[in-house]
Design a protein around this ligand. Structure first.
Ligand code: SAM
Length: 248
């Protein structure tokens, strides 16, 4: 994904980011719970949430795991970090991930939730993370499979598959950097009013949707409206991939 397009997408969403991304009640708590379990968080752990945005998940994870130290929420988008800074127990750091790992790391657990598709030069980044972490320190990548089950139009699904790295590639890269790696997939079943889903799509809640030019987007959106016409609700699974990498 082009860095500038993605950056302006997040800056424009700003305080509206959390609303733009709302699937169902209980969804965020479910996901935060999975993150706590995958990272095996203990009360004294310092969690570094890379690409943490508005800090929504930094805060949920901190509460669920009962973390005593602040969570460090790192992002390159000041508009999103301004929201994160309002949350209790969150320390913000405005930096690009590539530069962040050049300095000493304040924690031993790293979360990368829904950011990996934005990152170029990943192998170098994994090496820097490996170097920065203490032994037994870990990284959790939370991402989605390339073949999405989201009810989207064809051009959007193609763009999603094009920009999303596949899990086999990520696993191989992390192993190459020296990590012990485990991968699991879970899903959350979503049912929401069709109108709400169409509103999310028209606001281009997914950064992938901002990569499609205006004409193709409008055409695709009409295609989707026709596909969904007469349906009160949309039902689909949000499939989430968890890749856990531990420094031996
Ligand atoms: C889809 S959002 C995910 C936000 C948050 N992790 C969540 O799940 O709610 C992706 C985030 O990654 C950030 N990001 C993208 N590339 C980055 C980079 N190179 N360095 C730091 N942050 C980056 C964006 O600013 C944005 O906040």
């Amino acid at each position: 994904m082009q860095a500038e397009t993605a950056s302006s997408h997040y800056a424009e969403l700003g305080s509206g980011f959390d609303q733009a991304w709302f699937f169902a009640s209980g969804y965020r708590e479910w996901l935060a719970n999975r993150i706590c379990l995958q990272l095996q968080l203990g009360a004294e752990d310092v969690l570094v949430d890379i690409g943490g945005g508005t800090g929504l998940f930094s805060e949920l994870v901190r509460q669920q795991a009962g973390l005593k130290p602040d969570v460090v929420c790192v992002d390159r988008c000041p508009e999103l970090l301004a929201e994160a800074a309002k949350r209790p127990g969150i320390k913000v750091c405005c930096a690009d991930v590539q530069q962040y790992f050049m300095s000493p790391l304040p924690g031993q657990k790293i979360l990368l939730k829904e950011i990996v598709h934005h990152l170029p030069q990943r192998p170098q980044l994994w090496q820097n993370m490996h170097h920065a972490l203490p032994v037994k320190g870990s990284v959790l990548i939370v991402t989605r499979p390339r073949q999405s089950e989201f009810p989207l139009f064809a051009a959007a699904l193609e763009e999603f598959a094009r920009t999303q790295p596949d899990s086999e590639t990520l696993i191989a890269e992390l192993q190459q950097a020296g990590f012990r790696v485990q991968c699991t997939e879970e899903k959350f079943e979503i049912k929401m009013p069709t109108e709400q889903w169409l509103k999310m799509v028209s606001s281009r809640f997914l950064s992938t949707l901002t990569m499609i030019d205006e004409e193709a987007f409008l055409q695709g959106y009409e295609e989707l409206k026709n596909q969904l016409s007469g349906r009160q609700t949309v039902e689909f699974a949000d499939r989430i991939i968890f890749i856990q990498a531990v420094k031996r």
